[in-house]
Write a protein that binds this ligand. Sequence first.
Ligand code: MOS
Length: 734
Amino acid sequence: MAAYIGTPTSRVDGRAKVTGEAKYAAEFNSDGLVYGAIVTSTIAKGRIKRLDASAAKRVDGILDVLTHENRPHMADADQAWKDDVAPEKGSPFRPLYDDGIRFSRQPIALVLAREWEIAVFAATLLDVEYASEAHVTDLYAERDKAFVVEKPAKPRGDAPRAYAASEVRHEDEYFVPVEHHNPMELFAATVVWEGGGKLTVYDKTQGVQNVQRYVCSAFNKKPEDVRVVSAFMGGGFGAGLRPQYEVALAVLGALALQRSVRVVLSRAQMYGLGYRPATIERLAVGASKDGTLNAMTHEATAVTSEYEDFSRNDTGWGGVLYNSPNVNFVHRLARLDVSTPCDMRAPGAATGVYGLESAMDELAVALKLDPVELRLKSYSDRDRNEDRPYTSKQLRECYAQGAAAFGWSRRNPEPRSMRDGKELVGWGMASGVWEALQMPAAARIVLTANGHADVSCAASDIGTGTYTILAQVAADALGLPIENISVKLGDSTLPDAPVEGGSWMAASASHAVIATAEEVRTELLAAAKTIENSPLADAKAEDVVLADGKIMSKHDQSRAVSITDIMRHSGADRILKEKKHEFGEDSSHARNTHSAVFVEVKIDEELGIIRVTRVVSAVAAGRILNTKTAASQIIGGVVWGIGMALHEETVFDHRFGRIMNANIAEYHVPVNADIHDIKVIFVDEPDEKINKLGVKGVGEIGIVGVPAAIANAVYHATGTRVRDLPITLDKVLG
Ligand code: MOS
């Protein structure tokens, strides 16, 4: 039964979003709401010597100014501040904890007022004297002090020796700068003081239960006294996986005043949160003359803060994609006086695969081999890192279908050989890879006699379409029209769910819904059997399905009882089931999604202006639950990949350890004029091993490979290889 799964179903929450009915964290109101404005540090390292808030406090309408000197109590132990996504090593940042300054734009005071404008004005009146210390914010200045962190992908063979012996070699460094999250919605929290110490926290977060546990441990609250709600998000992308400081500040304000408090970051303050860490990707790839890969070394050196060790997998992807007998992977971290980096769409892969797939392109050039050919020559049907098969891997089909749709066979391999009027034309490609993760999750279904089902789960929909896919899955599992399904998400009081990230929520939550629907079906069958002369009297659980508002025999659809009749007979007006679903532990197979990205760029030869005129992304990600919202995820990922390749760069003035473009006028993201033709292909990838539905998730695979494909196309167009992102026109002309 799959009336809805796999179809291009429009967002069930689309109307709520466009009409404003969907409320975001800063839109919840409460009587006597207090507004908090944040003051942030202007130095990168040192301590606060003196902080004088007297002028601010004299402003009419100011209720208080909280600093490390007068804030309410908060936990001292590091463990109390560790959320589900916190790095294992380190001491999480806690706002207004003490006089220490660890990074520029660190919050140092919260100005609380009856009006937002008054709070913002008074925040400008704080008089702060710092004792500055020498800081360092430049990765290149610190790379020699970088230390190695253990990663799952281990060396095999002898990569240096095999590299030295290779007939054709390529070795170079690729650089990805710091990139900051710029979701439409600013980080915000509205904490409603419910009395009796109870708080309702409307927070912008990808994990309401993660924030609930964090607030409880940091502020010594009982779980039943803290409810966290995040029903809608204006973009998460990883920035909202960990609790951000707005929620701690809003809670502090509420505790201090015993009133409801809202805290909203400014766009500039968003640059004091986490970011994609700058990373130097060093690659050395060697092959024999026929293009057989012999050696691969991938060393990444990435930024972390002084107080936490944040790192992701940049380096192991070559062992997933390719068959090289000799590999070496090393990941290093360099400590800087900056806030801790955080996850950003396909963390690790977006950066690591950029380096890897750029290097593979350079190797193909050196070999005079078509870049698709090179990849097919070393195509691996096994995950070489762990030496195990995949649950499924249709990457070969991605290359084939992507190349066909793009017209790759018409490519002249010679750089600068293709033109369109006064523009140089470049065609480049790259592979993409991500993990297909899945987590335990629970769901609740309340089925009423009128054939309506409420489906709920604490999971957040970070904009990916979780409401919609869960409605589709529930409609199919319960045999009801999708209009009869209501989905409720993003509330910590709902059944347990992990944070939404890592592309794992589609698989995790949909299986929770399936498992819960099975419980509903079991109860309906038991009740149906009690009806006199029941047509299902002898039916076994595995012989019945829910369809058309009935429970019916799989073998004979005339043997059926309607949900309405069952409930009427049993006298119940509803069935409520809640079930936690866990995926069996099984490491015998690798679980990955893959893609092949083909890009056309057109470059003005005199001005160096680069346009990405065509992208074809062919994706293998198991069963696609919703071909419309999934394609939107891939398009969004491609757009961001264009941003990574051509636009995005957080610029520091290292003398001050301060970000100089903390705004979206000077931090460039792609706009409509930058985006042209993007075609998404979902390659058929049946997968019976990974999970019941064969779902792998698509939130992140769309960005992976795109920056490399663009860099490779720019080389093909111009003959100039730019290895440090973003590829701006000065670098192309230079
Ligand atoms: Mo994603 S970077 O796991 O929100």
